[in-house]
Design a protein around this ligand. Structure first.
Ligand SMILES: [Zn+2]
Length: 216
């Protein structure tokens, strides 16, 4: 069961299609684990449908209905895949599989200064950096601040940051005011999806060592 969720405005923006694709990816990943947030998105989607029904009809261009129905089929398929229980599907949310495959053990990691491993995913939204992060048991990411926002989704293991504990399926959000040094739980690797909209801000020697690996 998840304990840490995306901001409610993100759930509303998923329902309306207003969220940038990089953020939609990480929120949709969380939805695969979290029935509570899926229900909230469903609520917003139904509300949007009711609002549409209350509008005055206007003439549509030729072919608009067919194009709309075809798009609905695509999006319904994605939503259904996300909603199916992960216990039945494996450890990777369906929305992430085009990027990393269906099995976390198949990821080709790059070492980052001996502290953790990372692999940058293809850029899907200009201005966002999307990557996978693997921190060995008991190890940490050197202390850092943020020039913008940092979003994380735990896919395996867990970590502690700022006195809060995050486990598989949990979503975390740090803004430019927060400094932290997340520490992975003992026992298993902690594997996360990481989305940044600005570089991390490292201040000490350890951080300076790894900063070049994490350039936008
Ligand atoms: Zn949730």
């Amino acid at each position: 069961m998840t304990s840490h969720h995306p901001p409610e405005t993100f759930l509303l923006d998923v329902a309306t299609g207003a969220l940038p694709e990089a953020l939609r990816l990480i929120v949709a990943g969380h939805l695969a684990y979290c029935g509570e947030c899926r229900a909230q998105v469903g609520h917003w989607e139904r509300l949007g449908g009711d609002l549409l029904l209350s509008l005055e009809p206007v003439p549509m261009r030729t072919g608009a209905l067919e194009a709309c129905l075809a798009r609905l089929d695509d999006e319904a398929e994605i939503a259904n895949q996300d909603a199916i229980s992960l216990e039945r599907q494996g450890p990777v949310p369906p929305v992430l599989r085009p990027f990393i495959g269906a099995d976390l053990s198949g990821i080709s990691w790059n070492g980052v200064g001996g502290y953790f491993d990372e692999v940058k995913l293809p850029s899907i939204t200009p201005g966002y950096r999307v990557s996978m992060l693997r921190v060995p048991p008991g190890k940490y990411v050197p202390e850092h601040g943020h020039e913008g926002n940092e979003y994380m989704l735990v896919l395996a293991g867990g970590y502690t940051s700022g006195g809060r504990h995050y486990e598989t399926g949990d979503f975390s959000f740090c803004d430019a005011y927060e400094h932290h040094a997340p520490i992975a739980d003992d026992g298993n690797d902690c594997i996360c999806l990481l989305v940044l909209d600005a570089p991390l801000a490292f201040s000490d020697a350890e951080g300076q060592e790894i900063a070049p690996f994490l350039s936008m």
